[in-house]
Design a protein around this ligand. Structure first.
Ligand SMILES: C[S@@+](CC[C@H](N)C(=O)[O-])C[C@H]1O[C@@H](n2cnc3c(N)ncnc32)[C@H](O)[C@@H]1O
Length: 300
């Protein structure tokens, strides 16, 4: 692996690592199941030896609720995609797909056309790691785009995107890495691409409060909020993918509505705690609720 490839897939690996850890939980205790995450994570053998409990408790020492925040985000989108696929959506575009394996693990209908968009280097590594016999691989088209420098529509259209088909887009854990200008023009492109049909969009964004007032961003009594906010942002910077864009709910709503999307949902870990973690006996206490990201669904 070259140094530049390592730098580009550091955060994609980080998220896949949390999915691997969650998958190690007993089936009746886990919130998501990603049997493919294993193949993308360096040191996965050791994590498997350690098991779910130890991995989660180590992660909680570094940043309480960080694991659960990423897992809640994954599950929230899994539910959205299953729902869209069952209700007439014909195309799914995964923006900044990284090592997302939804195409292969959700039992989606083969008629759903899936476009995975990411930087070429990350896609090349992903494809080299995917097992040959992974389910549903014929439904996936890889489209390489750098949001900061390339037009998404041009690349998607060249890859066979059909502007007449109802489409869902997910932009999971990406907006913080991309300039606000590039995010705005990507959303503009999504609106233009789907002006003849219906569209749903999931987008996560990092709350501006993380940068300006971490105590207010995290749950009541969250320990050492400012230090942990600094550490989380610092870790991404150290793997060469700094967080550069933060939003308020109003910013995002304005940006989406300007492009014809209306927000139908905006959740944080605090909202999803009782929905996902309570049913499996893992309710988080208030001092573990890190509400650093918001999970937004909009319809166009
Ligand atoms: C934190 S990872 C999230 C990956 C995946 N969505 C997930 O949740 O597992 C961020 C992803 O955004 C991609 N990304 C970051 N900047 C990008 C850019 N300018 N153009 C395209 N993709 C980008 C990275 O390559 C990486 O796969």
């Amino acid at each position: 692996m070259t140094r530049s490839i390592f730098r580009k897939d550091g955060t994609a690996q980080g998220v896949a690592k949390q999915r691997l850890i969650e998958t190690l939980a007993e089936p009746d205790k886990r919130v998501i199941n990603d049997p493919h995450a294993n193949g993308f994570v360096a040191g996965s053998g050791l994590m498997k030896l350690m098991g779910h409990k130890l991995n989660v408790s180590l992660s909680a020492k570094i940043a309480p609720g960080f694991h659960e925040h990423l897992i809640a985000r994954t599950r929230f989108i899994d539910d959205l995609i299953r729902d869209c696929a069952a209700n007439g959506t014909e195309q799914y575009v995964i923006l900044g797909a990284g090592y997302d394996s939804r195409a292969h693990r959700l039992g989606l209908p083969p008629s759903l056309r899936i476009f995975e968009v990411d930087q070429l280097e990350v896609q090349t590594r992903k494809r080299s790691k995917l097992p040959k016999d992974i389910p549903n691989s014929a439904s996936v088209t890889y489209v390489s785009v750098d949001f900061n420098h390339q037009s998404l529509s041009q690349q998607l259209m060249a890859a066979g995107f059909d502007q007449s088909r109802p489409t869902v887009f997910t932009f999971e854990g990406v907006s913080q890495y991309v300039s606000k200008e590039a995010v705005a023009s990507t959303i503009e492109e999504l609106a233009l691409l789907t002006q003849e049909t219906s569209a749903a969009l999931f987008m996560s964004y990092v709350d501006e409060l993380l940068d300006t007032n971490p105590e207010a961003c995290f749950g009541k009594g969250y320990p050492r909020a400012a230090k942990r906010a600094e550490m989380i942002m610092g870790l991404s910077g150290r793997v060469g993918e700094p967080w550069i864009s933060f939003y308020t709910a109003e910013d995002l709503e304005r940006l989406l509505s300007k492009n014809g999307f209306s927000v139908v949902d905006n959740k944080t870990l605090a909202d999803l705690n009782s929905v996902y973690f309570t049913p499996v006996g893992r309710t988080l206490s208030e001092d573990q609720l890190m509400n650093l990201e918001h999970f937004v669904v909009a319809k166009g």
